[in-house]
Design a protein around this ligand. Sequence first.
Ligand code: AP5
Ligand code: MG
Ligand code: ZN
Length: 214
Amino acid sequence: MKIIMLGAPGAGKGTQAKKIAEKYSIPHISTGDIFRANIKNGTELGQKAKTYMDQGLLVPDELVVDLVVDRVNQDDCVNGYVLDGFPRTIPQAEALDKALKELGQKIDYAINVEVPDENIVNRMSGRRACVDCGATYHIAYAPTSKEGICDKCGGGLILRDDDKPETVLKRLGVYHEQTQPLIDYYTEAGILKEVDGTIDINDVFAEIVKILGE
Ligand code: AP5
Ligand code: MG
Ligand code: ZN
């Protein structure tokens, strides 16, 4: 099962992609997480990506596409994967389609997690991420059992650099301009599925399971 998660920054793509990956035993591939891991490890890719990410801008397509195409060609992807944060532009979507076509494969579902802009800034200011394992929480909606400490690995929690309100607004603008056109793209491809992202995290997941099957 090959799945793409679509949605605005903070819509809950990562939250739902993790749950999908666990239930259906497929890898969760988040380009944002890959870039953040590269930044943390001080790689050249990380240094390049950071200058864009800190401004709320997209990393250029040429730095993203090959990375994802290589990743989906790895052995653990034979039974599928859930892509989170990719594609994000029409050229990225076209490049992915082309690469998959060469392998005789295609995406099965593009799931759009819908959340209005008004809800987003509030959501992002409460998000906390683990510095060690990248697990994501929310101070009100998905709290850890011990404040400031990751439930999964005991690591410390931080507010992401790009979650400051002014950067979130910039990311929302970039989303509407460059990523939202993908909704039409995947509607035309006949694989778009919409879920309401404003309801409780587990209820959103139940909607997704209805689409993907038990
Ligand atoms: P990326 O990391 O992908 O960020 P994003 O798309 O802006 O999305 P987020 O991770 O912020 O949100 P999410 O939808 O995953 O929400 P989450 O589940 O965490 O990308 C970061 C940057 O990297 C980009 O700006 C860009 O620069 C670069 N980049 C990455 N991929 C790229 C690409 N392909 N091309 C070019 N550049 C790229 O949830 C948010 C919060 O809400 C959490 O606290 C969560 O607990 C909470 N929450 C989730 N669901 C619910 C719910 N139903 N109710 C209440 N709270 C909820
Ligand atoms: Mg995410
Ligand atoms: Zn952790």
